[in-house]
Design a protein around this ligand. Structure first.
Ligand SMILES: Nc1ncnc2c1ncn2[C@@H]1O[C@H](COP(=O)(O)OP(=O)(O)O)[C@@H](O)[C@H]1O
Ligand SMILES: Cc1ncc(COP(=O)(O)OP(=O)(O)O)c(N)n1
Length: 269
């Protein structure tokens, strides 16, 4: 059986995040990867130097090519940039109703560059979230989407409930940006229960692309028919290994190591 996942996201010329991180992750997990590029970024470990969004027509044609021939088992969205592109992506998901959609609501890169126009936030909430099987915001993204400040785990639980009420079938609020010094807690809410996934917090600058990689693991594992709990467990193991064995590349926020999980001999089955 060949499992197929599609990433709809921006290109990171530096290779650590975006389309490049997603395809590397799919490959490591033995899932056939496909891409629809929404924007090209000139980017390296020091930051984002420029953003060139694709036209809506270019995005639409890529989506059409995929739909006409290569039915993906799961679809991930990353950097979508504009409300117009989000609307096209939502149309595609609605027309292909079997698709399990993983929404990583990318807004701002670690260096501060905006990867989503301000007036596109409304479209994320109203067009994309109701179609999402799972949404994976980090804490600042969850704050924007819920219009609330998140400081404690209780705040995060309330935000997860709000995001669920906005239409996402499941919510994972990642903990990389929390104030916890020793532990990183990722929190899953499925509409009934909360599930906690903890790992030791690594003191490192080399976390570029962690959010993309985490959501790409979920996407690959969901394509294989894994439960969401199993998929989040795998994502946590994969990203922990990728951060532990980070690559000393560039002089800014370095990328994670997408082959660390495999090199550690950890099983993908
Ligand atoms: N310093 C860290 N040590 C260990 N795990 C981390 C660290 N930073 C992020 N992670 C993990 O990486 C993933 C992405 O987290 P986060 O930083 O919150 O998202 P984003 O990259 O979208 O900002 C999560 O699974 C989180 O637990
Ligand atoms: C093209 C592109 N897409 C997404 C991101 C953000 O990736 P993320 O995993 O959130 O990592 P950081 O940028 O926060 O390190 C990106 N930078 N570029």
């Amino acid at each position: 059986m060949i499992y197929k996942s599609l990433t709809i996201a921006g290109s990171d010329s530096g290779g650590g995040a975006g389309i490049q991180a997603d395809l590397k992750t799919f490959q490591e997990l033995e899932v056939y990867g496909m891409s629809v590029i929404t924007a090209v970024t000139a980017q390296n470990t020091l930051g984002v130097q420029a953003v060139y969004p694709m036209t809506v027509e270019a995005v639409e044609e890529q989506l059409h090519s995929i739909a006409a021939d290569l039915q993906p088992d799961s679809v991930k969205t990353g950097m979508l940039y504009s409300a117009e592109i989000i609307e096209k992506v939502a149309e595609f998901v609605e027309k292909n109703a079997w698709i399990k959609l993983i929404v990583d609501p990318v807004m701002i890169a670690k260096g501060g560059a905006s990867l989503l126009q301000d007036d596109a936030i409304h479209a994320v909430k109203t067009k994309l979230m109701p179609l999402a099987y799972v949404i994976t915001p980090n804490i600042p993204e969850a704050e924007v989407l819920t219009d609330m400040k998140i400081e404690t785990t209780d705040d995060r639980m309330l935000a997860a409930k709000k995001l669920y009420a906005m239409g996402a079938a499941n919510v994972v609020i990642k903990g990389g940006h929390s104030n916890d010094q020793d532990v990183v807690l990722d929190l899953l809410y499925d509409g009934e229960q909360f599930f906690e996934y903890k790992s030791p917090r690594k003191r490192t600058n080399n976390t570029h692309g962690t959010g993309c990689t985490f959501a790409a693991v979920l996407t690959a594992e969901i394509a294989k028919g894994r439960t969401l709990d199993d998929a989040v467990r795998m994502a946590k193991k994969f990203i922990t290994a990728a951060i532990d064995e980070h690559l000393e590349i560039g002089s800014g926020h370095g990328p994670t190591n997408h082959w660390a999980f495999r090199m550690a001999g950890l099983s993908i089955r």
